[in-house]
Write a protein that binds this ligand. Structure first.
Ligand code: BGC
Length: 789
């Protein structure tokens, strides 16, 4: 058998094929070249620059000594444990595999001492002494747990994203870990998708900004420092676009959507130096990403110049057989290796099934060498060649976990992640002594759920629940009734007890939503409503007629029926982490004014999903008037329940004094847009100013609005701050019919306000000439901040 001749034919991989029917990937390869030839369009070249990448002297010397089996071993990542029992799979057999050079990395392992022992076997007892990489999904904290990533995103502050990643890195590296499989930077537009909880929501520009911050937090400025951890941009390239919001399902999307929506965060991550990428489980229009040469080898490596480590997802090489693009394990492995997937997570095909094929194929040998080089260079960058035990200091491990300073940081970020969805009658904030309070809902005291999906070493016993905090704060004035389980069957007797407690109280705090296990991997839901028992409990409590404040816990946008009624007060707490109770209580009682914003639209009903801000206008834009035929459902308003960027405050802000540094923007120029924001309330509070843009007339339809800037700023009562955004013509670039990213000459509309549906200032600028950009506008960072008034 020879490769790549036996590899999936070009037609199956969808590259270098002009038939539009094949469609979605790299359609631009087929269109005629643009008259403006520089920079070259992004689509495929045939000779990826990646093969020209050279390692350090040490790495090249090692490579020259390695046998094929040792090379394949370096690409082998084994599970050292199960999620529930770390290290449980490291037995004598595994140690023998390490001695033989048959493994390059372990995931789901931890512990400074344990991993030192394992590392010693690799470094001292294997022929070439190549150190191992230890990896884990450290996603929103290691031991000190921060809010789930969607909650961190809701802070609308890259500093919070960076801080939480930094602390996670400090704790995780002290436990011997070199590598985290985070951040997840898949754009998620469909609330049904369970993994929406792991990312930064629906907007490409926003996800890209959060990705840069998280990568900075994890990797710091020096990857070889013992408290920095290799980040993973995952899951390249359109995992969030699974049909119907089903996990693992096909992304059948246009090339435009791929390039302008799903890829920009990855482009930003590559440019920010993310040390590794993970390929997605799913396929894009029939091309599984794990075997997608066009996307991984030619675009990521060749065009973007990415020389970091690309890892498969769990068993995703083996799953190429299920996808129907490989018949045998060997074929699956060859496809992945030729796509330049360097390290194979868990299925062991590279190490066990590929040797003969590699020895018979110069193409596979070249791909193998390139992959081994990248793995070894990653080890070189991280430092274990020179200081193999730097990550394995048990004293440091004991000292850094869950310190008061880190708990305070977790509380700080949790407070900032909370979104005030509505406060119709001003029930919030609560008075210092609010009278008799009935706290209702199982989630109020569910420590495991406070942590949310992916917990690394987070422990329920470290968590302070809301019930625990309120008991201490309110003493005898608090009655707590769970009202039955958070999901499965409702418990009528428990609901009756909760109703009695509510009736006897002056005010009710109802904690409701999803438990931790309803969002996350393989947790897609066909109904984004409250779980049935929660709904029943909520109805019964609302029927008491008592004033009710609702605290919603969730990892996805929810349909909040029946809570979302006139007069409601609703705080969205996500899964807030270790310091859940103190954080939520501080917002409830007004010590902190909420300023979190929604990183994803809340549809009114599941049937509206996917519902997102950046849609196209259509020829018949949605119209509330049912007598007109327009792009809407006839049985529901055209607006979402809560729009992207929405979030209220205990303060009140006025926007004014719009600044536009120049009305015309020429190539190479920069325009500064600014606004003065005054806190006209008596409450010190944060405000989040957001900048949206639209190109009203372009060569193709442009989204009705796209985010191009956000600034979270603290404004004391009565004071004014000026926020600014600096934009270049490239920030408006989109995939033009030429195959280039272009911004057209002409008008660009902009809008500034506290939410995408609450715009306070509008204006426009004019681009004087067209520009061609190396990347779409969503992938380019915007400088924004505050300046002196
Ligand atoms: C997930 C990845 C994760 C990996 C290792 C997979 O099931 O898709 O995001 O990093 O497992 O735990």
């Amino acid at each position: 058998m020879t490769y790549p001749e036996r590899a999936v034919p070009a037609a199956r991989l969808g590259y270098h094929v002009c038939a539009a029917a094949l469609g979605i990937l790299f359609l631009t390869a087929c269109v005629s070249p643009s008259p403006r030839a520089e920079p070259a369009p992004e689509p495929l070249g045939s000779a990826p620059a990646a093969e020209a990448f050279r390692g350090s002297e040490r790495v090249e010397a090692l490579l020259a000594k390695m046998t094929t089996a040792e090379k394949l071993g370096q690409l082998n990542q084994m599970a050292g444990g199960r999620q529930i029992a770390l290290n449980s799979r490291i037995d004598e057999g595994e140690l023998a595999r390490v001695r033989a050079g048959g493994v390059g990395s372990y995931l789901h392992v931890a512990g400074a001492e344990f991993l030192e022992t394992l590392q010693r076997v690799a470094v001292e007892e294997s022929r070439l002494g190549i150190p191992l990489l230890f990896a884990m999904d450290v996603v929103h904290g290691y031991r000190t747990m921060f809010p789930v990533p969607l909650g961190i995103a809701a802070t609308f502050d890259t500093a919070d994203a960076e801080l939480s990643a930094r602390i996670a890195a400090i704790e995780a590296t002290s436990a011997g870990l070199h590598w985290t499989f985070a951040p997840m930077i898949d754009v998620a537009r469909d609330a049904r998708w369970g993994r929406i909880v792991e990312g930064a929501g629906e907007e490409a520009f926003f996800v890209a900004a959060m990705a840069r911050a998280q990568i900075r937090g994890y990797q710091g400025t020096d990857l070889s420092a013992p408290d920095t951890i290799l980040a993973t941009a995952k899951h390249f390239g359109a995992y969030g676009a699974g049909t119907g919001g089903r996990d693992y399902d096909s992304a059948d999307i246009s090339e435009r959507t791929l390039r302008e929506v799903y890829l920009p965060p990855f482009r930003a991550a590559a440019d920010a130096g993310a040390g590794s990428f993970m390929v997605a489980f799913n396929d894009i229009g029939g091309v599984p990403t794990t075997a997608n040469r066009a996307l991984v080898r030619d675009l990521l490596r060749g065009k973007w110049g990415y020389h970091g480590l690309v890892v498969s997802d769990w068993n995703s090489v083996l799953e190429l057989i299920n996808h129907g693009v490989a018949e045998t394990r060997e074929e699956a492995g060859a496809l992945a290796l030729l796509a330049s997937v360097d390290m194979e997570m868990t299925s062991g095909i590279y190490a066990n099934d590929l040797q003969a094929a590699v020895e018979a194929s110069p193409a596979l040998q070249a791909a193998l060498d390139a992959s081994v080089r990248r793995v070894l260079m990653t080890k070189e960058r991280l430092g274990p060649f020179d200081t193999p035990f730097a990550y394995h200091d048990p004293a440091r491990e004991a000292a850094v976990m869950l310190t008061p300073e880190r708990r305070a940081a977790a509380r700080h970020v949790a407070e900032r992640s909370i979104v005030l969805l509505r406060n119709d009658k001003g029930l919030l904030p609560l008075a210092e002594a609010p009278g008799r309070v009935a706290l209702i809902g199982a989630l109020a005291d569910d420590a495991r759920s406070m942590i949310g999906s992916w917990k690394a070493q987070g422990r329920p016993e470290d968590v302070i629940t809301l019930a625990a905090t309120l008991k201490v704060r309110l003493g005898d004035d608090l009655v707590y009734e769970p009202g039955g389980p958070a999901r499965w069957e409702a418990d009528p007797a428990a609901i009756a007890r909760a109703v009695r407690a509510a009736e006897a109280a002056d005010i009710v705090i109802l904690v409701t939503g999803e438990d931790y296990d309803l969002s996350g991997e393989a947790r897609s839901r066909s109904d984004i409503g409250l779980p049935a028992p929660q709904k029943e409990l909520a109805r019964a409590i609302l029927a008491t007629g008592k004033p009710v404040i609702t605290v919603v816990m969730t990892g996805r946008p929810l349909d909040l029926d029946p809570l979302d009624a006139e007069d409601a007060s609703i705080l969205l707490a996500w899964f807030p982490g270790t310091q859940a109770g103190p954080a939520v209580a501080n917002v409830l009682f007004g010590a902190v004014s909420p300023a979190g914003r929604l990183p994803a639209t809340f549809p009114r009903r599941t049937g509206q999903a996917p519902f997102f801000m950046g849609h196209y206008p259509t020829g018949r834009p949605a119209d509330p008037d049912l007598s007109k035929d327009s792009a809407r459902y006839m049985d529901i308003p055209i607006t979402p329940a809560y729009a992207f960027g929405h979030g209220l405050s205990y303060g009140q802000f006025e926007y004014g004094s719009l600044g536009v540094s120049q009305s015309e923007l020429a190539p190479g120029g920069v325009v500064t847009l600014s606004a003065a924001i005054t806190n006209v309330s008596g409450v010190d509070a944060d405000e989040v100013a957001q900048l949206y843009v639209r190109d009203p007339v372009a060569q193709v339809a442009r989204p009705v609005q796209e985010l191009r800037g956000f600034v979270r700023v603290n404004i004391p009562a009565g004071e004014t701050r000026r926020v600014f955004f600096r934009l270049k013509p490239e920030h408006f670039a989109y995939l033009a019919p030429s195959g280039h990213y272009e911004a057209d000459a002409g008008r660009i509309d902009f809008r500034i306000g506290p939410a995408s549906d609450d715009i306070r200032l509008t204006g426009h600028i004019t681009l004087t000439s067209p520009v061609v950009s190396a990347m779409p506008g969503a992938a380019i960072a915007v400088e924004a901040g505050t300046e002196e008034e």
